[in-house]
Write a protein that binds this ligand. Structure first.
Ligand SMILES: *Cc1c(COP(=O)(O)O)cnc(C)c1O
Length: 239
């Protein structure tokens, strides 16, 4: 993509993050911006790396591995796996990533524990909104799920993750994200060695400002990096 467009997009995202931090009296350094690069090719991802972004997320194993190989000179990159991970793929990917954002069942945890060669930083995905289509454990079963992870030496629950429904209103977004924050604080206060649970992975292109105002520490932003606004405006004018 055009370097200028990418630069402008990143500046906009960083400005929005800064403003969201100011309105909620938060330190900008407490937010980590993850570029969700699942929709773009290797070269475009490299362009984002060259703009100084450090965190990258993919939701397909093959694509993550391919990009990691393509970007192997850029060793400072932190790789995040978001989305559904099939158990049979765990052994291939789990030692290649820095964070896993979608832990939501014990069988998967057991497989990760078995295949991991180091402790794996995991986010437990919570289905706060109760949408049927969403992955994640329900808020009601979260405590029990966290308890069940205590036996796995290679799993560290660094925090909680959620996705808000696409059609959620602003009010609903605030509720969902503050609920996740409350659940996080409750687990954090137990001071479990295997579940320090200090982080909140929440907020995507359309709602990361709300997520930050409710305590997000990792925001997962995709389309806002890659949208070409000017092109869209141009198209509108023709219609
Ligand atoms: C695709 C995706 C994102 C990014 O979504 P955008 O709307 O493109 O910012 C964030 N989190 C997850 C889990 C995703 O699958």
């Amino acid at each position: 993509m055009l370097e200028q467009t990418l630069k402008t997009n990143i500046q906009k995202i960083e400005k929005n993050i800064q403003e969201a931090c100011e309105t909620s009296s938060r330190d900008v350094d407490s937010i980590k911006l993850i570029c969700v690069s699942k929709s773009v090719d290797n070269e475009t991802t490299k362009q984002v790396v060259d703009q100084g972004i450090v965190h990258f997320a993919e939701n397909r194993m093959e694509k993550l591995l391919e990009k990691k190989e393509f970007l192997k000179e850029d060793r400072h990159i932190k790789w995040h796996f978001i989305g559904n991970l099939q158990r049979r793929k765990v052994k291939t990917i789990i030692n290649e990533i820095d964070y896993f954002h979608a832990l939501d069942n014990v069988k998967l945890a057991s497989e990760i524990d078995k295949r991991a060669e180091k402790q794996i930083k995991c986010f437990v995905q919570v289905n706060v909104s109760g949408e049927e289509s969403k992955q994640g454990v329900s808020p009601d079963s979260l405590d029990e799920f966290i308890d069940s992870l205590s036996v796995f030496e290679n799993i560290v629950v660094v925090g909680l993750m959620t996705m808000a429904p696409y059609e959620a209103s602003n009010d609903e977004l605030h509720h969902i994200f503050s609920d996740l924050n409350r659940l996080k604080t409750a687990i954090e206060s137990k001071q479990l060695a295997y579940a320090p649970c200090k982080e909140l992975s929440m907020g995507m292109s359309r709602d990361y400002d709300v997520a930050i105002s409710e305590g997000a520490t990792f925001v997962r932003v995709g389309s806002s990096f890659f949208d070409d606004d000017e092109k869209e405006v141009g198209t509108d004018e023709f219609i």
